[in-house]
Design a protein around this ligand. Structure first.
Ligand SMILES: Nc1ncnc2c1ncn2[C@@H]1O[C@H](COP(=O)(O)OP(=O)(O)O)[C@@H](O)[C@H]1O
Ligand SMILES: NC(=O)OP(=O)(O)O
Length: 316
């Protein structure tokens, strides 16, 4: 029987090397990921693909700021930068998936849907930025940036360097979820809720208004998977498995864990905030809200992971 999976592709996993950050390099990474997703589909999965945008939304925002500094051009608001990434990354995934379907003689096509996600205007996240975006900086660069841009908030990101952070409110409702569900049932491979969705608030008159923030795509993927009753939530990121004591000599890979065990490991602080912790929290939410299985792995391990041969598998 075909299984329905929501698969969340990490924004960083599409930038494989910090010295290769061109649009063409990202397309190569997307094509590589698409091959593995289609390989997974050949094992009996229908998928809804969602993707991160942390690096990309930061690059667009920075370009806009530099254009303002050097040429007086108007800033592009963060919410519009996020919407841009849905189109640009969605386009690459859609083309890569369609090409892969053609190569394998599969009668399938992909559609990217611009997706809005409702957040609470009073979410405390608006007062406390936590979502890393854009480039990684050294400590020295970060200190220099902080002097030049006192309004930026910088944090250390999982020992990989320093990054600017922006507000990341919780996703509450996926505005286009019924359309996503309908198109999946019609057999389309959907690309939706990109970058965690375009954050919007519902105004008193019921109309939506965009807000400057970046929603965590793992939380949004978890909400989507819950709302459309997906069988599995699959998180594709930069590591084949989740580890206890990550990066330390006593590091230990997690193969199969229960929800209860995972919650204990969270309490023991095994997962870095801003990187692995949100993925783990997204998995916990999915399983607590009726989901039956979640897998965390990297793009190249997807086929082996769904076959149960690698990845971190979490079940009740
Ligand atoms: N306990 C852990 N196990 C595995 N990876 C971890 C852990 N803690 C932090 N990480 C880091 O988190 C990264 C995934 O987060 P990130 O790169 O922000 O995600 P994304 O792929 O969604 O952009 C991994 O590639 C790894 O470097
Ligand atoms: N929006 C988001 O969570 O992006 P990343 O996965 O790239 O951090």
């Amino acid at each position: 029987m075909t299984k329905l999976a929501v698969i969340a592709i990490g924004g960083n996993s599409l930038i494989r090397d910090n010295t290769r950050q061109t649009v063409e390099d990202q397309y190569d990474a997307v094509c590589e990921t698409a091959k593995h997703i289609v390989g997974m589909m050949e094992q009996g999965y229908e998928v809804i693909i969602t993707h991160g945008n942390g690096p990309q939304v930061g690059f667009i925002l920075r370009r806009s700021e530099i254009a303002n500094e050097v040429a007086g051009m108007h800033f592009v608001p963060l919410v519009a930068c996020g919407a841009d990434t849905q189109g640009a990354i969605g386009y690459q995934i859609q083309q890569a998936m369609d090409n892969e379907f053609k190569k394998r003689g599969m009668d399938k096509s992909a559609i990217t849907l611009v997706t809005q996600v409702v957040v609470d205007a009073n979410d405390p996240a608006f007062q406390k930025p936590t979502k890393p975006i854009g480039s990684f900086y050294t400590q020295e660069q970060s200190e220099k940036i902080q002097k030049e841009h006192p309004d930026w908030v910088m944090v250390s990101d999982s020992g990989r360097g320093y990054r600017r952070v922006v507000a990341s409110p919780l996703p509450l409702e996926i505005v286009e979820k019924d359309v996503i569900h309908k198109l999946v049932r019609e057999g389309y491979c959907m690309i939706a809720v990109g970058g965690g969705g375009i954050p919007v608030i519902r105004q008193e008159d019921g109309c939506f208004k965009g807000v400057d923030a970046v929603i965590d795509k793992d939380f949004a993927a978890s909400l989507l998977a819950t709302q459309i009753l997906a069988d599995e939530l699959i998180i594709s990121t930069g590591v084949p498995k989740v580890y206890l004591n990550y990066g330390k000599p006593e590091e230990k890979a997690l193969d199969r864990v229960t929800l209860a065990e995972l919650k204990e490991y969270v309490k023991e602080n095994h997962f870095a905030p801003g990187s692995m912790l949100p993925k783990i929290q997204a998995v916990i939410k999915f399983l607590e809200n009726g989901g039956s299985k979640a897998i965390i792995t990297n793009p190249e391990s997807l086929e082996e992971a769904v076959a149960g041969k690698t990845g971190t598998h979490v079940q009740l």
